[in-house]
Structures are given as C-alpha cells and as structure tokens.
Design a protein around this ligand. Sequence first.
Ligand code: CP3
Length: 347
Amino acid sequence: MTDFENDNFLRACWKKETEFTPIWFMRQAGRYLESYRKVRAKNDVLTICKTPELSAKVTVDATTELGVDAAIIFADIMLPLEGIGQSFKLVDGVGPIVEKPIRQMEDVKRIGKFSPKDHVPFVTDAIELAIQQLDGRAPLIGFSGAPFTLASYLIEGNPSRDFTKTKRMMYAEPEAWTLLMTRLSSMIHDYLLAQIRAGVDAVQLFDTWSGCLSPFDYEKFVLPFNKQIFERLKPGGVPRIHFGVGTAGILKLMREAGGDVFGIDWRISLDEAWAILGDIAIQGNLDPAILLGGNELVHTRSKEILSRVGGRPGHIFNLGHGVLPETSPEHVKNLVQFIHGTTRTKQ
Ligand code: CP3
C-alpha cells in the first residue's frame, strides 16, 4: 500500500483518529472549475472518461486545486454499460439517455458478459496514471453505480423523477427484474474489483436513486444485490462507501446491505443517522445548495454539522450530493480550509 502524505481520509473510513476532519466532494471535477471547463471545451464528457491522460488530469487538477483529502477518478456510472451492449449518450444539462431501453425479459436476455479488460481498459489505465501523478499526496477513490440506479437508467431510458417504468418491471415482471439485477450486480462487482486491482484506495457504490423505494421494496428488490456486491468486495481490503440520496427511511436496511462508510444527504441530521446506523463511519452531509449562499452561511451550517458529529471518529465531511455547476470554486476552497482549520484546532 502507498505511504500517503495525508491519510486522514482512509483513517476516518476505518474510524481511526485523524489530524483534522477529512473532506472531499462528489463531482469535485466539474463544470464549476475553470481548469475542467478548459478541458471540456475541447472534449465531451465521454471523451474525457475514455482518454486516460485527460481523465487523470482533471482528477488530479481538481484534487490539487481544492486541497481536498481524497481524489475520485473521473469517470461516469454509465461507462461499463456500453460493453454489455447498452449504448447511451450523455446529454448536457439532462444526463444519460439510453438508446434501446430495457422493458422486458427479452431485452434483459440480450445483456452481454462484462469484461473489464476489453470494455473499460481506459478506466483502469486512468486510475494507474492518476495514482502516479498524485504521488502519495492523497488516496484515490474508485466507483460504480449500484444495480438499482443503473437499472433505473436502463429501464426509463432517461433521467426520471418517479421511476414508474422501473417499478413496473419490479412489480409486474419480477423474473426479468431479478435477472437484470443479477447481471448488473455481477458486472458491478467485476468492475470495482478491476479498479481495486488497478490500485484505488477506496470504492464508492453510488446507489443514488434507491431512496425512491419503500423500505419493504428496498429490502425485497435491492438489498440482496447490494449485499452480495459488498460481501464479495470485502477481501479487496479497501474501504467500501455506500452512498444514496433521500435514504433516511432505509438507512437501517442499507447498513444490513453493507459498507464501511455511509454517504448521507442533508435530509437527516448526522446524529440521527448515527443513531440508526450504529458504530460506523459516515460521509456527509451539507446541502450542495448551501454553497450558493456565501461563506458565512457555509460556515454556520458546517459548524452545525460538526456539532452533530460531536467529535466522534469516522466522519468524512462531504456534500449530500454532487457540487452544483453554478457553485463558485472560491466557496468550495474556503469550505475545505474552514473544515481543516476548525477541526484541527479543536483536537
Ligand atoms: O465526482 C467526481 O468528480 C467524479 C466524476 C463523476 C461523473 N459522474 C462525471 C460527470 C461521477 C462520480 C459521476 C457519477 C454519476 N454519473 C452518477 C452518480 C452520482 C450522482 O450524482 O448521484 C450519475 C447519476 C451519473 C449520470 C450522469 N452523468 C449525470 C446525471 C450527468 C449530468 C448531466 C448534466 O449535464 O448535468 C452526467 C454527466 C457528467 N458526468 C458530468 C460529470 C462531471 C457533468 C459535467 C459535464 O457535462 O462536463
């Protein structure tokens, strides 16, 4: 394992003492950063993802510029789907659009076998390059979409608010649902294992949309698949982060599904989340929109979060979801310094 200049993120994942509260951001390399916009002006998102030099560059530049305690490889949750025969486009300001959405058993049966070496060599190459360039300054996080979240894009065909088509398949075609989730779970496991083998120091499973389900449906239709992924990744030895949005009602079940760190959004306060989750590391949970309100507001709300943490080990500061494109980079950098400064003097 690499000797890090700054291992506070990894220490917090394992609930060990840290010099200060570590902080990083989902979507820390994004349109709000000028260095990213420069690369993006000449390349679309998928070209950046598929060109290891560009992916490594935007990953490392964002980490250095913000002074955060972890890097996250620049990729997208949709990337492994192309290899298994599911073509898609990423449309600006909208999100993923799938060419031939999955609606029935026949469509599920058309899903091909996933091979990281053949289908996503650019991701593992980008990871290796980013690790070289980070040179021990910060750990690198790898990630994948979770089965439900990927299934929802494949079934809806586009970003959705109510997930009606997804739920229809779950309720009306349970066999097709089970086969789809089984195939996606196997792909996700192989994808994350390939990232661990390429050297990532932690992995995050983005189950962004599972919070739309009742606890009963989550337990029946999603939990077993996430659980299998987490169990199979445990021998990899790196912290496994389990993230979702609007998950206050399913936190207990998410804990049962597994993970070493739980990513929480702003709809629940961290002390309440801890009471439900028990003794485990938590990542979160400032509302990304607070950053649009200026430094003073950011400081007040961050102090509120830190007071809910109450000095427990195992807190990683983050937003409850990704950085919004309209955010000022100065406010993001100020937040990093504020969190480092306040938590360092307190210890
Ligand atoms: O966090 C990071 O810095 C790593 C980069 C990252 C991207 N996508 C790059 C990207 C990560 C972690 C993702 C994950 C992802 N992609 C998720 C799960 C995370 C979440 O936000 O809940 C989802 C749902 C997607 C699908 C997707 N790709 C969406 C919804 C969008 C936004 C569409 C838009 O234009 O607003 C994308 C495109 C995309 N992927 C961007 C980035 C930084 C948008 C910026 C751009 O167009 O350059």
